[in-house]
Ligand binder design. Structure first.
Ligand SMILES: [Ca+2]
Length: 399
């Protein structure tokens, strides 16, 4: 998804952690989670406290541009955007922090792979098992990936963000901080997202002032940006409208559909463990394409990567993914095209591996199901049978 890369993710994560500390998980295993009761929607919305955008010539120019691009009523766009207010916090949060602390995969991982979040994931999976299985059979994306995404993004729907989205997107579209290293590109991005947001609200006859989301304008249970909502969200509970704020089914279907749209390959693992033959190792060449799968198994092996038996049979390209561990040695995995697909949701290999491992941890913590329940389900549960080993997303959970 068109979301900010790692430094922003780190900040979002910090916010999530603060919220998580304030609102501990309530749902226990075997009990249907009452997600709405623990959502942070009762917390005060963060609205713009800076100047209103009405009356500024650039507001009118942008409103007219958006109206023309999206075929919206010009006066409605002008009026709506004019009522938006600048949010000073958003202008601070969008600027990457100075890189003083080295990245640390183990630390990043531990923010998500913790017992309360895993137990909340178990409750989520149990409450929405049929929907997760339907999404898996419809789009070929396994439940643990969808569970991992929703768990990392919003703690299973609880923390969907507190910023009034109209104010946040107007701020980023009209007052993007010039000191940001990619200010021009990001401004263009957020102008497009503001347009997509206004179109979503107007074409569905919805209040543009009501939605709250992340400081960067990500919306709902799966934190879709407005343009992704427009392109990839689906009405998975078939009630006639797409609602990523309150319909968990729509969120589950939309995440799975997103990955199918980004070339998810059903049944393909996300990554394999690697070792190295240090005599032949050509780390520079291996890391040059970053997370883009580029090397066939033979090239990979020739450059010093030692793969296990399953990985040696992998039919497609692989990427050597390096994850730094602060002062300790980095971790490496061989990422497949499905690993890369997860980074299309959020451009970070740390994010992708956290999603994968959280989904696996939740799957592994699911209580064993009664044999008759297993027999009546689709084969996408994550027991330790051979059939589910084939459909699991990453390294087999039961190994
Ligand atoms: Ca729906």
């Amino acid at each position: 998804m068109s979301k900010p890369p790692l430094p922003i993710t780190a900040l979002v994560t910090a916010l999530i952690l603060l919220l998580a500390a304030a609102l501990p998980a309530q749902a226990g295993a075997g009990k249907k989670p009452r997600l709405k009761r623990v959502q942070d929607t009762a917390a005060a919305v963060i609205e713009g406290t800076g100047p209103a955008y009405a009356g500024r010539p650039e507001t009118l120019a942008l409103a007219d541009e958006i109206a023309q691009q999206h075929g919206l009523d010009r006066l409605w766009v002008r009026r709506t955007l004019g009522k938006a207010r600048q949010v000073p916090q958003v202008m601070r949060l969008i600027v990457p922090p100075p890189v003083t602390v080295p990245k640390n995969w183990q630390q990043y991982r531990s923010r998500f792979l913790e017992p309360e979040r895993i137990q909340a994931g178990v409750a989520f999976w149990q409450a929405h098992r049929a929907t997760l299985e339907r999404a898996s059979s419809s789009y070929g994306v396994p439940p643990e990936i969808v569970v991992g995404i929703i768990g990392v993004e919003t703690y299973f729907g609880r923390h969907q963000g507190r910023y009034r989205v109209l104010d946040a997107l107007a701020t980023l579209a009209l007052d993007f901080p010039a000191e940001h290293p990619r200010a021009a590109a990001r401004t263009a991005f957020f102008r497009a997202e503001l347009g997509a947001f206004l179109k979503l609200r107007q074409q569905n006859g919805l209040d543009a002032f009501k939605p709250r989301g992340s400081y960067a304008g990500a919306l709902g249970i799966p934190q879709f940006m407005p343009s992704s909502w427009a392109r990839y969200a689906v009405d998975f509970d078939q009630d006639g409208r797409v609602d990523l704020f309150d319909s968990t089914a729509d969120a589950i279907g939309s995440v799975a559909h997103y990955f199918k749209s980004f070339n998810w390959k059903p049944g393909m693992p996300t990554h394999y463990p690697v070792d190295f033959d240090y005599e032949r190792m050509d780390l520079e060449t291996l890391l040059a394409p970053d997370i883009k799968p580029t090397f066939g198994v033979e090239q990979f092996t020739a450059k010093g990567v030692v793969l296990g038996a399953l990985a040696r049979q992998h039919p497609g390209p692989l990427a050597l993914v390096e994850l730094q561990n602060g002062d300790y040695a980095p971790s490496y995995v061989a990422g497949t095209e499905n690993f890369y697909a997860i980074t299309r949701y959020n451009w970070s290999s740390y994010y992708a591996l956290a999603v994968i491992e959280l989904g696996q941890a939740v799957a592994a913590a699911l209580p064993a199901r009664a044999p008759e329940a297993q027999a009546s389900s689709t084969p996408s549960n994550t027991g330790c049978s051979a059939s589910t080993q084939a459909s699991t997303s990453a390294m087999p959970i039961c190994r």
